[in-house]
Design a protein around this ligand. Structure first.
Ligand code: NDP
Ligand code: F7E
Length: 314
């Protein structure tokens, strides 16, 4: 269901959970630019796995809306190495924040899931109704199940209490504020770092994970934040909404683009002892684009801007 009314009032007070992360920081920038007041709380002051503390905080500040961008997040190796934390931390954060928002009378909430919630071999591009139609990708099953529970939690608050809570499923994201740790990061920041360091050290070969054949769709986080604003203002339906750019490429093609941007001229090698993950997960974004959103940052420009940002961090 869509609405012609702005579902988020002007100058709304919005609690962005996870405001220091890739997504939360971009959403906070966007909402601030749109004239809203962004409320934040660092993890040292509020561990969002603590349901009582989270509810007390939300009852104290009583925001008009909540964006749930706090989560235990990581790339393929982190997901497959630490399934306990990816399952339990995410379930706890979701129970605390979504339940706490309802207890505090918060009228509007946006929950962020991920494209990995869909079956490993879902038909491409993946539409929202592919959810729960087949087995999940094993490297991120624990994380995906936690996120699926979050979607059902949102739908349950809608059904039982009429809450105006919604879910969005972003594709692979990148941009300023990303995690560049080689063990835990997603592929795009890992490639930027690997190629930058190899070029700086004059190395002739860089080894990447897997076979290079899986396909991924990448969206700049500022485009994601714009999509979140569109959804907060104009979408109030039970079904999650996919957020992606509508185009994908192989990891090998991504690597060639990142190598070009970072000035690495050497060879690529592939460590096939590392997992490939799902072969493809291109999202069908018809539902979102029908609300008037479209991506504005092309992949090469986005990678170049992210590379500049990362170098500026020292
Ligand atoms: N990155 C991606 O490619 C994609 C991300 N998403 C979704 O977007 C959302 C945000 O991801 P992203 O920004 O990339 O992740 P980040 O790791 O960059 O940010 C996560 C944020 O959550 C906070 N956080 C984690 N655990 C707790 C806790 N127990 N208490 C308080 N704060 C906590 C972190 O705090 P601190 O800074 O203190 O660590 C951090 O600010 C997630 O739901 C993720 O599933 C979906 C698809 C793709
Ligand atoms: C957003 C999404 O992110 C994760 O799923 P993923 O897309 O499979 O993750 P990824 O970005 O880590 O890898 C993408 C591809 O790239 C290859 N690859 C090559 N070289 C490196 C490398 O150096 N690092 C990494 N991380 N990957 C590499 C890697 O082998 C894989 O084939 C899940 O957390 C999932 O839960 C989720 O939601």
């Amino acid at each position: 269901m869509t609405s012609s009314l702005p579902l988020l009032p002007p100058n709304a007070r919005v609690f962005v959970a996870g405001h220091r992360g890739l997504v939360g920081s971009a959403v906070a920038r966007r909402l601030t630019a749109d004239g809203h007041e962004v409320l934040t709380r660092g993890r040292a002051d509020l561990d969002l796995r603590d349901a009582a503390a989270t509810e007390a905080y939300l009852k104290d500040v009583r925001p008009d809306a909540v964006v749930l961008a706090a989560a235990k997040v990581g790339g393929i190796m982190a997901n497959s190495t630490y399934p306990v934390q990816f399952l339990e931390d995410n379930l706890k954060i979701q129970l605390s924040v979504i339940g706490g928002a309802h207890a505090a009378g918060v009228g509007r909430l946006l929950f962020l899931g991920s494209s990995c919630i869909y079956p490993k071999l879902a038909p491409q591009p993946i539409s929202e109704d592919a959810l729960l139609t087949g087995p999940l990708e094993p490297t991120n099953e624990a994380y995906a199940l936690a996120k699926i529970a979050g979607i059902v939690q949102v739908q349950s608050y809608r059904k039982q209490y009429g809450a105006s809570y919604i879910s969005a499923m972003p594709t692979n994201l990148y941009g300023p504020g990303d995690n560049f740790d080689l063990e835990t990061s997603h592929v795009l920041p890992a490639l930027i770092r690997r190629f930058h360091e190899a070029a700086a050290e004059g190395r002739e070969e860089v080894t990447l994970w897997g076979s290079g054949t899986p396909r991924r769709e990448f969206l700049h986080v500022d485009d994601l934040a714009a999509a979140c604003a569109v959804l907060l203002n104009g979408y109030d339906g039970d079904e999650p909404v996919n957020i992606g750019c509508g185009d994908d490429l192989t990891i090998k093609a991504l690597a060639e683009t990142v190598a070009e941007v970072t000035g690495f001229r050497g060879r690529l090698a592939w460590d096939t002892s590392k997992p490939d993950g799902t072969p493809r997960k291109l999202l069908d974004v018809t539902r979102l684009t029908s609300l008037g959103w479209k991506p504005e940052i092309g992949l090469r420009d986005g990678i170049a801007a992210t590379y500049r940002w990362w170098r500026e961090q020292g």
